[in-house]
Design a protein around this ligand. Sequence first.
Ligand code: ASP
Length: 493
Amino acid sequence: MAETNSPRRPPKARVFVLYTGGTIGMVPKDGRPGNPLVPGSIEQIEQAVDRLLPSDLGIQCTVAGPLRDGPLDSSDVSAAHWKEIAHLVRDAYDQFDGFVILHGTDTMAYTSSVLSFMLENLGKPVVITGSQLPLSNPRTDARLNLVNSIYIAGYKATGLPRLSEVALCFGESLLRGCRARKDTTSDINGFDSPNFPPLGRLGEYISIDRRLLRRAPSARQRFAVFDDLLEDVALLDIFPTMTPELLRQMIAPEKKIPRVIIIRTFGAGNMQSERLHPGLIEVIREATARGKAIINVTQCRRGMVQQGLYEASAHLAEVGAISGADMTPEAALAKAFVVGGRTSGPGFAQQVLRDLVGEQSVTNHVVQFRQEAARHAASCRFQGDMPGTMDGDDLFEAVLVVSGVDTGGAPTRLRVFASAPGADPDTPESDGHFVAAKDLDGSSHRIAFPIKERFEQLFKAGGVLDLTLVNTNRAELAVRDVQLSVIERTVSL
Ligand code: ASP
C-alpha cells in the first residue's frame, strides 16, 4: 500500500484507491505500441494519482492492489474477487472516508451490482471507475474518470454530497452501481442507467442530485460485508425458436444446479404460450415445483416486467416465476447471489420482490389466496392476507391472476366481487362490491384482471381480502388458483 499526495497539513479526506486491473492500467504487451493490451503495474496508478491531484486539495489517497491473482482483465472476475474486494473495503472501512475501485469496464456493472448488495449498511462512498483508453494513452479518458471518482469519494474535502452507496463513475455520468450497464464498447460515455436517472452529471462541474441518493444508515445499523454468496445461478435469454428440450437442458429441472435461473423474457415479461408452444412453460413449472427459483427480467433495455399484464406473462406468474421488475440482468444476478446465500424457499421470493438497495423501482407483494366454501355452485370464494405494510406510497399496479378456471365450456362472463360472499349470477356489476369482469369464450383457463382502480377502496393493510368469483351463465364454476400482485413504487421520479 502506498500513500500518495500527502499534504503537509492533516488531510480533510482520506481515500482508499484499490487497483484491480482493467484498461485503465493496461499497457501494450512487451511495451511495444500496437501489441495487445495486458494489465500493467500499480506504480503507474500511484504516479497518476500523485500527479493529478492538487496537493492543496486536502485529499490523501492510499493506493492498494492488485488483487491476489494480479491485475485482472475484468473478463476474469469471479465471486472470489468480489469477496476479496469487499473484504479489503471492510478492513479499511474505519480509516477512510471514501473508496475508489479501479476496474475493467467489461464486467464493471456486475461488480458494482454485486458490491451494492454485499456491502450492507454502507455509509460511505464506494466509487467504481475505469476507462476506455489506458492511462498511458495521450487521449485517455482515465485521468478525468480517476480524478472525478477521487473527488466524489473525498467529499469531505471537495464539499460534494456524501454518497452512502456504491456508484459507478464514468465519462459524464455518476450512476447508481446496481442500475448501471455497459452501453458501448468504445464511447467515452460508456455506461448507462436505463431505468434510473444518473445520480450526478460530470461536466464543467460535478453536480450530484441529492434527492436521488440512498439515505445513510442509522447509527444502529453497522456496516458489514455479506459474503456467503450463492453461486449456482444461471442467466438465459428466451428466444422465439426455443424448444422445450433446449430449455430443459439449460434449466435442468431434475438436477440441483442451477438453483436460481434468471430468464430474460420478451417485453413486459412475456414468453411463448402453451397453445402454440406446448411443453415450454411445463419445463418452468417443473423447475419451480422442484424448488428452483425463476426470476423474470426483460430483454428490453428500458421498462419493467409486469407479470399478468398479458396472458403471455400470466402463465409465468402461475407457475411461480418471480417478477424481477425493472432490474438490470446484472442486478438480478447480484441479488440472486446475495439473497440466495441468505435464504431459500418462500423467503427468497419475498426478498427478491422487494426493492432492497435501490436496484428496482417497485416492491411487489404477491398475495396467494386460499379457497373457502362458496354459497352458490356458480361461484367460488377465496381469501387472502393483505401485506401489513407498504414500502412506498404510490400504487403502480394491482393485478389479480385467476387460473385453472373451468366455466363449463359455454361463453360467459366472469365477475369478481369483494367482501360479498353471497354474490351470485344475479348480482349486478353496479353493486358496490363489484371489482372486475371479463367475457370468456369458454376456453380461457387463466384470466388476469388489472384492478388498480378498485384497489384503493378494497385494500386494508394487514386485513383479509375476501373475493367471490361468479360465473354469470349459471354453470358450475371451478377455479384452481387466485393470486394478487400488488406493485408499489418505491422511487418517485
Ligand atoms: N477488457 C477490459 C477489462 O474489462 C476492458 C476495459 O477495461 O475497458 O478489463
